[in-house]
Design a binder for this molecule. Structure first.
Ligand code: 6R9
Length: 665
């Protein structure tokens, strides 16, 4: 069946997944970029010839080991892998001290931009001093190698310092996103049995100080094993204080020695626990260890972003409360000796050009952000980026969810002046580092596709019967070989680790994402498997319908869910945000109902009548987690006429009230 037919006639289930392949554009690297790129086509060959040996080379080249390893991979205890297990190293030594020892102490590690406009510059030498003092302060509070420390901070340099201070003493950190509730903090502290919490009085958000410390007090009142709370002063606001338990960060650091020897730990020593967000039930504490995690973070950061540490200014907009902040703010960039921007606040404070102002000011050359942010910027309009000189940008990255081709193109055209490579990077909290992505300078990039497993990574797409699908087919994404930065388990719950990831397909890691292979064998991510709908026996991807909606000129953002339907099994329900100019027009002319009809027909035209949404609700906002993921589970509750479930992980829980009211109207 040709793709043209697919838009007008009902389709066989497999063919439904074809529709993303309307997209046929490809952007090969320019000869100039390719000539200077870190990545080469030979890397794929080298890794294919000796995958494990390839990782051993990377681990030795990119990291400094206090004791070299003799064995690279031991998977005899599968599904728990051991990488570089008899080697020893320290993560903070690799991220900080060695740069100072090797004469890079004056290089800027962090250009910090506070939301109110205050700035700070930390060199690698500054970071060494700060992390040493903080490590000594933590030891003073009784933290020993192996103890867990909870970190609950805004996006300020102390967040990175706190993580690295823990790493210096081999105390695994558990970062809890600063926007999470006291309840979420409480359960995470207890699950990890943390003895110390590092927090701040507050941080700046949307032009105002926003308090953090009261949530810590509330969490601790519910009962935890925490003995001490270290409090960074950021906003200077009044906060409740418990004498004997609470300690001022500035005082503790001032009293501590600036000398500290990082503790060399075994490669498999736990580096951190990070709880996954947005799922129902008890959060999963994803466990990462030291050597393999660092090796893959450093490798991917260097090759996927083409990092030149002497000249690039790198900026990843993720918060450290999210895995992207761990791997691509704290560990990857610092291990590679990069200079990076950290920005505290929201992209529209004081105005919608704040990000672009920052890019211009620091001459950011590599930008890594999420599709939701890109679509938000699209919605605001190109006049904001156009106010600024963005010519320093040379690589753009995307992470967190499938990026629809329209957003990809806008990113490249409007932010990247139509010439920067765009890397769509697929990975998860569980994978620790990027797994599937184009390599700039090597790959001819396709808008909307993460394309190729990185050198040393083995992925496939399987059907229900666990057979690899042929090119053109769709199914489930699996990782078929262990990789260095893979999770080593779920904290305290080995059975859940086995059940969640290793039971669906024998001997393979099940990622929970749907994917398809195009005619070239490139991988297109289709969203979580639980987001795949079944309408009248036809498989439809939420992503695909969202992409179709967003391709209409009046739509800024869309979320689609499958709602139970007596006739068709499931029905498509869409929630859309219109572009501001379209909203004004609809208000003036009262053509709201026409908009919905037009969009339903548009989807029918783009994908086929089967995909036509049963209902479309125009909304002002969508419910999102703090890491920017749309919480379709909540929209599904609304679409199926239920009270929305747990909203505690939403960035703004009032959004759901607005949407429910809209539904009742
Ligand atoms: C890094 C991160 C993981 C889930 C993952 C997938 C989605 C992430 C993606 C993507 C399509 C990409 N996801 N990157 N989907 N294309 N480039 O986001 O980790 O928060 O654990 O989320 O995010 O569904 O399974 P995490």
């Amino acid at each position: 069946m040709s793709q043209h037919d697919a838009t007008t006639t009902p389709q066989a289930p497999e063919a439904d997944l074809e529709n993303l392949l309307h997209e046929t554009r490809a952007f090969p690297p320019s000869p100039e970029f390719a000539a200077q790129a870190n990545a080469t086509p030979e890397m794929y060959e080298r890794a294919a010839a000796d995958r494990v040996g390839f990782w051993a080379e990377q681990a030795r080249e990119l990291l400094t080991w206090s004791k070299d390893f003799t064995e690279t991979l031991d998977f005899s205890g599968a599904p728990v892998a051991r990488w570089f297990a008899d080697g020893e190293l320290n993560a903070a030594y690799n991220a900080v001290d060695r740069h100072v020892e090797e004469g890079r102490g004056d290089r800027v590690a962090i250009h910090f931009e506070g939301e109110p406009g205050d700035t700070r510059t930390l060199t690698y030498a500054d970071l060494k001093e700060q992390t040493s003092r903080a490590a000594n302060a933590l030891s003073e509070l009784g933290v020993r190698t192996g103890d867990r420390v909870a970190i609950y901070l805004p996006m300020i340099p102390e967040a990175v310092v706190a993580m690295l201070a823990c790493a210096r003493i081999g105390a695994p950190h558990s970062v809890v996103f600063g926007g999470f509730s006291a309840e979420a903090l409480h359960s995470r502290i207890n699950d990890a049995d943390a003895r110390v919490v590092i927090t701040a009085d507050g941080g700046y958000r949307r032009g105002k100080p926003s308090a953090l410390k009261p949530a810590v007090d509330e969490a601790l009142e519910k009962g935890t094993p925490v003995k001490h709370v270290l409090v960074v002063e950021r906003t200077g606001q009044d906060v409740p204080w418990t004498e004997g338990r609470d300690v001022r960060w500035a005082d503790a650091l001032a009293a501590a020695s600036p000398e500290h020897t990082p503790v060399a730990v075994e490669a498999e020593h736990p580096l951190f626990i990070l709880y996954t967000s947005g799922t129902t039930g008890k959060p999963k504490g994803i466990l990462h260890t030291t050597g393999g995690y660092l090796a893959q973070c450093a490798f991917t950061h260097r090759y996927v972003f083409d990092l030149k540490p002497e000249t690039d200014v790198y900026w990843c907009t993720a918060d450290i409360g999210w895995v992207t902040g761990h791997s691509y703010v704290t560990y990857g960039p610092l291990v590679n000796g990069a200079s990076q921007v950290i920005y505290e606040g929201t992209p529209d404070t004081p105005d919608k050009d704040r990000w672009w102002e920052i890019v211009e000011k620091y001459k950011v050359s590599i930008l890594y952000t999420a599709p939701t942010a890109i679509r938000t910027c699209m919605k605001w309009g190109k006049e904001y980026p156009e106010r600024h000189d963005l010519s320093s940008l040379r690589v753009l990255g995307s992470v967190g969810e499938p990026i629809n081709p329209e957003a990809w193109m806008w990113y490249r055209e409007t932010i990247g002046a139509g010439k920067t490579p765009v890397v769509d990077t697929w990975w998860q909290t569980e994978t620790g580092a990027i797994m599937i992505s184009p390599l700039p300078g090597v790959t001819a990039a396709k808008p909307g596709s993460a394309q190729t497993p990185l050198p040393g990574i083995a992925a496939d797409v399987l059907n229900e019967a666990a057979e690899p699908v042929p090119n053109g087919g769709g199914g489930y994404l699996v990782l078929t070989e262990p990789w260095p930065s893979m999770l080593r388990g779920i904290w305290g719950d080995p059975q859940r680790f086995q059940d969640t990831y290793w039971s669906r397909f024998e001997g393979m890691y099940f990622a929970g994402d749907g994917a398809k292979k195009d005619e070239d064998g490139d991988i297109w991510l289709l969203g979580r498997v639980d987001d795949v709908m079944n309408v009248s026996g036809h498989r439809l991807s939420t992503t695909e319908i969202e992409s179709a909606l967003v391709s209409h000129p009046i739509v800024a953002e869309a979320a689609v869910v499958g709602a139970k339907d007596d006739t068709t099994g499931q029905a498509v329900v869409a929630f859309v945000i219109l572009r501001s100019d379209a909203v004004e027009r609809a208000d003036e002319t009262g053509e709201g109902a026409d908009v919905v009809a037009e969009l339903r027909n548009h989807v029918a035209k783009e994908i086929g009548p089967i995909a036509k949404p049963r209902s479309i609700l125009v909304v002002a906002e969508l419910p999102k987690t703090r890491s920017g993921k749309i919480m379709r589970r909540l929209l599904k509750d609304i679409a199926e006429g239920r009270q929305a479930g747990d909203v505690t992980t939403l960035a703004d829980s009032s959004v759901m009230d607005q949407i429910s009211r809209g539904m009742q109207r």
